[in-house]
Structure formats: structure tokens, C-alpha cells
Design a binder for this molecule. Structure first.
Ligand SMILES: Cc1cc2nc3c(=O)[nH]c(=O)nc-3n(C[C@H](O)[C@H](O)[C@H](O)COP(=O)(O)OP(=O)(O)OC[C@H]3O[C@@H](n4cnc5c(N)ncnc54)[C@H](O)[C@@H]3O)c2cc1C
Ligand code: SF4
Length: 329
């Protein structure tokens, strides 16, 4: 690991003043330290933000929830308001990583964790994300885990977070701070698709600190669920995941929120499926029709065509279960 300077930021103002090209914020360190060990990230200075007072989860006057950027993943999943009003978020966080990692990992770090594409971590092979212009070893290589939606000829990596898929379904907003002041970014516009600049992964400026994530009040979210399909029952990234919330009235879908993970470089809000479902009968046939519509845009690689049918079945099964739970309530 390259030598680097270390600053423990005592407050937000110091943290945003100290950040400059070549410096990186350190939250829980569970991703950044690994990337530094591998030589993929080589900051001149690490600004330790773990002592900042951004660890609160507060209910907002309008019924929403404000989650500090340094709330640990395990504390977020255990929070009673998250568990009762946004169960999809608690479930998604609990299905990520391991207990030890969740005890360290923060909300801000989870948003900004980098892809798990194996070629990104292998400095001997081409990777446009690690080294712009070098090529993409995953296209035509080992790409079973890779994206089927929103890909480009430059990069087919997925975003690895589970938490972000739930945040996408819940219409979260990210609050960020810099020397220029405070800015709010809808989660749907926070992560970027690769295009021809896959190394630019978010719309966050390099000098901006994530300070909080806000969830709007949403009664639909109380009946919500996260389903993650992976190669083993724990400690594995998603092949496909679904975050969904559903409200059915008189046998018809009154409201639906749907997002997919493991399929794109960003948490994928299933806008097309939501459009098909809203007002439609809450039946298995309609759930499948919506899934077909969403996945109609999918472009498989040599080894990951199975993800298309897997995503359709996971969407259908998750909505079927929510519909059954709703009618039993
Ligand atoms: C073995 C393993 C398995 C895992 N499995 C899963 C999984 O199944 N699902 C899943 O979702 N995740 C998984 N993870 C990822 C884990 O969730 C992330 O490592 C973690 O969320 C990162 O949080 P952190 O606070 O440790 O981030 P850090 O490592 O501290 O930071 C990550 C990045 O975010 C930046 N950053 C951190 N905080 C801020 C902030 N407030 N503002 C601006 N920039 C910031 C850092 O500069 C860095 O670039 C796994 C990790 C490991 C190591
Ligand atoms: S998919 Fe993206 S991260 Fe993976 S090798 Fe290609 S460019 Fe790199």
C-alpha cells in the first residue's frame, strides 16, 4: 500500500475543507481499505469521518425519516421505525455482507462502494473503470455476475449494494455537503450508467461529503419486501434482487414501487413494470406481464442470459407474496 496522510475530521466543516484532489473520505473502511491494499485506490490523504456526528436516525415532521451518513448498517437494519415503516430497507441491509461487516459499514460508504467485477480488482487485465481506455475484459470473459440492463460497450459491471436497491424503490434523497453548501440528489440520479465513462460512477462531486439519506413518508412502504437470489444463502452478492412495495384495492394494484439489483451499474428502478401494473388486476399474469415489459430492454452477455428469466420470476414471486400478505392483513 502506498504511503498516505491521515486526518481525523472533528466536524463536517473540517472534513469538507480538507477534501481535495487525491484525498478520500473513510467511513467504515470495509471497501476503501481493501481497494487501497489492492492498489486500485491510492489516496494521498485519508480523511477519517467516522467520528462525525452523523449517526442519528430522526423522524421528520412530514412523516419521513432522516438517516445520518454514518449510521452503521446493523443499526439501520435494527431501527424500529425502519423495521415497521420501511421493512424492505431493513431486509435489504440484513441480506448484505456479514454481521461483522454490517457493524462497521456506514450508509454513506454503502452508497459509494465500488463494483465487485473481478477484472476491476485484477491489475493485470484491461478494465475501463480502473484504467479508462484500456478495454473491458468482462465482455467476452467471465461475465456470469454482470449486468443485463443499461450496459455499454465500455463496461457491463453491476452495482453491488443491496441497501441502494431498497432506497431506489423508496424514492430516497441523498444530502451532500461541500464548501459550496448543501445539495440534495434524488437517489435515482445519484448513480450513473457507464456510457463511455464507466470510471465516473456517481453524480457526486469529488469534494462532496454525503451527510444523510432521507426517505419520504410513504404508507405503501409498510407492505414491502426485499428478495435476493444468490449463489449461497449468506455472504454473497446478488445475482438478481427485487425491492418491492405493493398496495392492492378491490383486486387492483393501487400503488407499486419496484427496483432491481444485480442487473445494472445502478439500482434499477423498474419504471416500465410499475407503469404496466398501476391500475391492473393484482394477478400472477399481470405481475409476469409487467416483469416481461421491464426485462424487454435487457441485453445479455455470453454467460448471464439466465438473469433475464431469473429477474422475471423473482419480480413475479415477490409481488405474488406481497399481494397475499396484503389480502391476509
Ligand atoms: C466480503 C464482503 C462482502 C460484502 N457483501 C455485500 C453484499 O452482499 N451486499 C452489499 O450491499 N454490500 C456488501 N459488501 C459491501 C459492504 O456493504 C461495503 O463494503 C460497505 O457498505 C462500505 O461501507 P463503508 O462505510 O465501510 O465504506 P468505506 O470503505 O469507508 O468507503 C467506501 C467509499 O465511500 C466513500 N465514502 C464513505 N463515506 C462517505 C461519505 N459519507 N461521503 C462521501 N464519500 C464517502 C469512501 O471514500 C470510499 O470511496 C460486502 C463487503 C465485503 C468486504
Ligand atoms: S465490466 Fe466494467 S469493471 Fe468489469 S472489466 Fe469491464 S470495464 Fe472493468
Amino acid at each position: 500500500m502506498k504511503d498516505f496522510g491521515y486526518v481525523a475530521a472533528p466536524d463536517v466543516a473540517t472534513a469538507v475543507r480538507e477534501i481535495r484532489p487525491g484525498a478520500k473520505f473513510l467511513g467504515g473502511g470495509t471497501n476503501l481499505v481493501d481497494l487501497m491494499r489492492e492498489g486500485i485506490e491510492a489516496p494521498d490523504t485519508v480523511i477519517d469521518i467516522s467520528g462525525l456526528p452523523l449517526t442519528g436516525v430522526e423522524e421528520l415532521p412530514d412523516g419521513g425519516l432522516r438517516i445520518g451518513a454514518l449510521v452503521r448498517n446493523s443499526d439501520l437494519a435494527a431501527h424500529p421505525v425502519v423495521r415497521s415503516r420501511y421493512p424492505v430497507l431493513a431486509q435489504a441491509v440484513l441480506m448484505g455482507a456479514s454481521g461483522q461487516l454490517r457493524n462497521m459499514a456506514t450508509v454513506g460508504g454503502n452508497l459509494l462502494q465500488r463494483t465487485r467485477c473481478p477484472y476491476f480488482y485484477d491489475g493485470t487485465l484491461p478494465c475501463n473503470k480502473r484504467e479508462p481506455g484500456s478495454g473491458c475484459a468482462a465482455i467476452g470473459g467471465f461475465n456470469r455476475m454482470h449486468a443485463i440492463l443499461g450496459t455499454s460497450e465500455s463496461c457491463i459491471a453491476t452495482h453491488p449494494s443491496d441497501m441502494c436497491v431498497a432506497l431506489a424503490a423508496l424514492d430516497a434523497t441523498v444530502e451532500v455537503e461541500s464548501v459550496r453548501g448543501t445539495r440534495r440528489i434524488p437517489l435515482s440520479g445519484f448513480h450513473r450508467l457507464p456510457g463511455d465513462t464507466p470510471h465516473v460512477e456517481t453524480t457526486l462531486e469529488p469534494d462532496e461529503l454525503v451527510t444523510a439519506v432521507e426517505l419520504p413518508a410513504d404508507p405503501v412502504a409498510a407492505l414491502s419486501r426485499y428478495r435476493k437470489v444468490r449463489d449461497r444463502a449468506s455472504y454473497a452478492f446478488a445475482l438478481v434482487s427485487v425491492a418491492a412495495a405493493l398496495r392492492v384495492h378491490d383486486g387492483r394494484v393501487e400503488a407499486v414501487r419496484l427496483a432491481l439489483g444485480g442487473v445494472a451499474a445502478k439500482p434499477w428502478r423498474a419504471v416500465e413494470a410499475e407503469r404496466v401494473l398501476t391500475g391492473a388486476p393484482a394477478t400472477e399474469e399481470e405481475f409476469r406481464r409487467a416483469a416481461d415489459a421491464e426485462l424487454g430492454q435487457a441485453v445479455p452477455q455470453s454467460q448471464n442470459g439466465f438473469k433475464i428469466e431469473l429477474a422475471k420470476r423473482t419480480i413475479t414471486a415477490t409481488l405474488r407474496r406481497l399481494a397475499a400478505e396484503g389480502s391476509a392483513a
